[in-house]
Design a protein around this ligand. Structure first.
Ligand code: PRX
Length: 572
């Protein structure tokens, strides 16, 4: 589909002239905006919360929290006190010190946010875990990070095999009637007794802040470590890209188990002193629109799958609500189809601004800005201070309109600091010329807009969630009927991709619908619902290299009726 570029939004924007700013900006200038500029000692939670609690923003609402049962709001001053209390609980009950890993495994709730901030105030490294993770996924992450303290809910507690986790010393449970023992403490009870005064731990820019586990095409999920220095970019992009102004009410729909839910669900909005709406519970078109109307949401950051589902729910639903508060709409996580952008203009009278970045990059890198024209289907242009290019497999820059590896010149502030326990993996992200290689293929047009083409590796993006095929295959192989398994992403009009598994059965097992369901449930219960294959196909044998590696490329070609390409490494 060919679409006209959508014109610039008129109005007063934080980023006024993209081209000019891109030419003149450098990150050392951005640093000078922070109170720690002289001392160099900082703390993300202080900058995000306490600084505002000590200013004339103290009575401004920092957090609106809403789900089926709760409807609450907290000012910056209250957030400061409650996160201090959470910090004190972690310190006294959990013995948490700087550098310790504190994991948080629960659905969205105000307590989740108090805990994240409290842990950060102690200089601890926070590991957020998506609530859908089952025992296998939880165990891998807690073991790899050697987490010392876990905060969770009674419902999720039996997915935590504490006896298999020698480093786990304390579990704080957020709920009612919690029976305490040596390992378990009642979070709310401890919060009541905790002091609201806490001395914040001042840390170095490169001290650990947050550990997000994410998937690649091989191996177990890897822990991407981000550091306090990332705040420079969280702040700057919140201004330029989210375009926050003092009176904004902001809603980021991502869960803090994923990087969007922390970088832009916690840090970006609060570093800029913005009122942040958090909505718990499941997706539902009516209640989503209801939230925008009720809270007067002005800036809304969501994902292509959600927009496609809203589009699928029909334009009549939109008309039932007053969405006139919306000023700025953004998207991340998967390719944003031009049809969806067009639909956004029709029903919201707003351009949806695509943004591109990754768990590893910590913050937005390539974006569409309110002050520039949008070409629907393009991810936009690099933020000032960031050099992006398309490079070949040797790291040579390619001219416009040539497809290649999307790469970023090393040196942006929110770049991951390391891969936890795996320096080698970290090194594998770089190419000669100091290029960070994203794993995405793309091209750049003559005007400097970047266009996403696909993943270079086998990583699957399903409903905006990143799933490693290896992790799913490993789980499938644990099932007694499964001899071989190969997992691919299959294009899907709503979810971007769905997970499809090809399975060869052990002798003595026959394909059946019951077996398909049983295997699906097995992955669902062992790993996570979003990692369970939506489609399973049985085959006598799977295509393998001579060294025994399943050739996902061939599976994908079968599925999509494409040429299978070079088969010289395939066994017989
Ligand atoms: O393939 C790209 C896709 O999501 C990957 C990163 O996934 P994750 O680390 O889970 O982070 C998602 C949210 C920050 C990328 O390698 N991706 C992300 N944004 C876009 C995208 N694909 C196309 N267009 C985007 N705007």
């Amino acid at each position: 589909m060919k679409l006209e570029a959508l014109p610039v939004i008129q109005g007063e924007h934080n980023l006024k002239n993209y081209e000019e700013e891109y030419k003149s900006f450098d990150w050392s200038k951005a640093k000078q905006q922070f109170s720690w500029y002289e001392s160099g000692k900082m703390n993300m939670a202080h900058e995000a919360i306490d600084r505002h609690a000590e200013s004339d923003k103290k009575n401004k609402v920092a957090l609106y929290y809403r789900d089926d049962k709760r409807n609450e709001k907290y000012t910056f001053k209250e957030m400061k006190e409650l996160s201090n209390k959470a910090g004190n609980v972690l310190k006294t009950i959990g013995d948490v010190e700087k550098g310790d890993r504190v994991f948080i495994f629960m659905p969205r709730s105000p307590e989740l946010y108090f805990s994240v901030l409290g842990a950060i105030k102690l200089g601890a490294i926070v590991g957020p875990l998506f609530e859908a993770f089952m025992e296998g996924a939880v165990t891998d992450r807690l073991a790899d990070s050697e987490a010392k303290v876990l905060i969770t809910t009674p419902e999720l507690l039996d997915r935590v095999p504490a006896d298999k986790l020698p480093h786990l010393k304390q579990i704080l449970v957020v709920g009612e009637n919690i029976e305490e023992n040596d390992l378990i403490a009642d979070f709310n009870k401890q919060m009541k007794d905790a002091s609201k005064h806490l001395d914040v731990e001042w840390v170095e820019p490169t001290d650990g802040l947050i550990l997000h586990y994410t998937s690649g095409s091989t191996g177990k999920p890897k822990g991407v470590l981000h550091v306090h220095n990332a705040m420079i970019q969280h702040y700057q992009t919140a201004k330029w890209v989210l375009d926050f102004k003092d009176e904004d009410v902001y809603w980021c729909t991502a869960d803090p188990g994923w990087v969007t839910g922390t970088s832009y669900g916690i840090f970006g909005p609060w570093l800029t002193g913005t009122s942040n709406l958090i909505v718990g519970g499941r997706f539902n078109p009516e209640s989503w629109y209801q939230m925008i109307e009720e809270y007067g949401v002005t800036v809304w950051y969501s994902a292509p799958t959600a927009f496609r589902m809203l589009m699928g729910a029909g334009d009549e639903v939109v008309k039932k609500f007053d969405l006139s508060s919306l000023r700025h709409v953004l998207s991340v996580g998967e390719p944003l189809n031009p049809e969806v952008v067009k639909w956004g203009v029709k029903v919201f009278n707003k351009r949806i601004h695509d943004t591109w970045w990754m768990t590893e990059t910590g913050a937005q890198l390539i974006c569409n800005y309110p002050c520039m024209e949008i070409k629907p289907g393009s991810m936009g242009k690099p933020i000032p201070g960031v050099v992006a290019a398309i490079v070949d497999d040797q790291g040579n820059e390619l001219p416009p309109n040539r497809m290649g590896n999307l790469a970023i010149k090393k040196g942006w502030p929110s770049m991951m600091h390391t891969i936890w326990n795996n320096e080698q993996k970290y090194d594998s992200y770089f190419m000669p010329g100091d290029w960070y290689v994203s794993g995405d293929s793309a091209y750049m047009d003559e005007e400097g807009y970047f266009w996403f083409q696909g993943r270079v590796d086998d990583v699957i993006m399903t409903s905006g969630e990143r799933v490693g095929p290896f992790e799913v295959e490993s789980k499938l192989l644990e099932h007694p009927a499964v001899a071989e398994a190969g997992v691919i992403g299959k294009p899907d009009p709503v979810r971007g991709e769905i997970i499809k598994a090809f399975i060869a059965l052990m002798d003595g097992h026959e394909p059946s619908d019951e077996l398909i369901e049983e295997i699906r449930q097995f992955v669902k219960k062992g790993l996570a619902a979003h990692a369970a294959p939506r489609e399973i196909e049985f085959r006598e044998k799977l295509p393998k290299t001579r060294s025994g590696k399943i050739m996902r490329r061939v599976l994908k070609a079968w599925e999509l009726d494409l040429p299978t390409g070079d088969l010289s490494t395939m066994e017989d």
